[in-house]
Design a protein around this ligand. Sequence first.
Ligand SMILES: [Zn+2]
Ligand SMILES: [Zn+2]
Length: 248
Amino acid sequence: MRERSRSVVSRFGIIARGALDILYPRVCTVCGGAAEGGHYICWDCLAGLPFIRDPYCSLCGDPLEGSVEHDFVCSWCMRNRPAFDMARSAVRYRGAVGHLLQRYKYHHATYLSYDLCLLLAGCVRAHLLKDGIDAIAYVPLHPRKARSRSYNQSRLLAEHLSHHLHIPVERNTLRRVRWTSTQTRLHAEARRMNVMGAFQCCIPDWVEGRRWLLIDDVMTTGATVDACARVLKENGARRVVVATVARG
Ligand SMILES: [Zn+2]
Ligand SMILES: [Zn+2]
């Protein structure tokens, strides 16, 4: 009975959303044109996004201009072996992607989380699912930032992705125990030092022996996801792979 009432509610939700889409047609966040099928990015703008293609570092996924015939590991990963086993991103942080992620992260455009999650899901299916994933974690915000922003953009992506991939998202697996200044103006080594010791594992028993997918919105040098992956590995994670929407 409860299942039946739930399905009636979800059907009502779909109908209500459809009616709202007719009354207030959705517009594309990038070009302002019509966006169809419940999306906030139109098909033309979606097709024009700078998707990451070969060649890229087989470890951190950093794309390289030009052509390389074989798998390679970039010089940064050679010098600073990351704690994660593999990282991949869907698109480059350029043009329309920068605009979308700025709105999503800093201007409360949480309605974009579904479209951004679709980009992320494509990337995970293409690169990270084949070796198995037991659970999803996300980069946590410091409690002070969580209060001021009112939502964690990475958590929203992880929750949508969990629904798409039928893999559980473990909320509060990690916590940020130290306030860190913004990474945007720091060079790579300073970013690494800035987040060192900034994260802790809340529930080590959950982490041990499992294969984790760690989610963040943007990866630039990888310092933040690397610090989180290190904590998961130190607490016994069997494997940690990272997926982000964009790569800086
Ligand atoms: Zn558009
Ligand atoms: Zn690399």
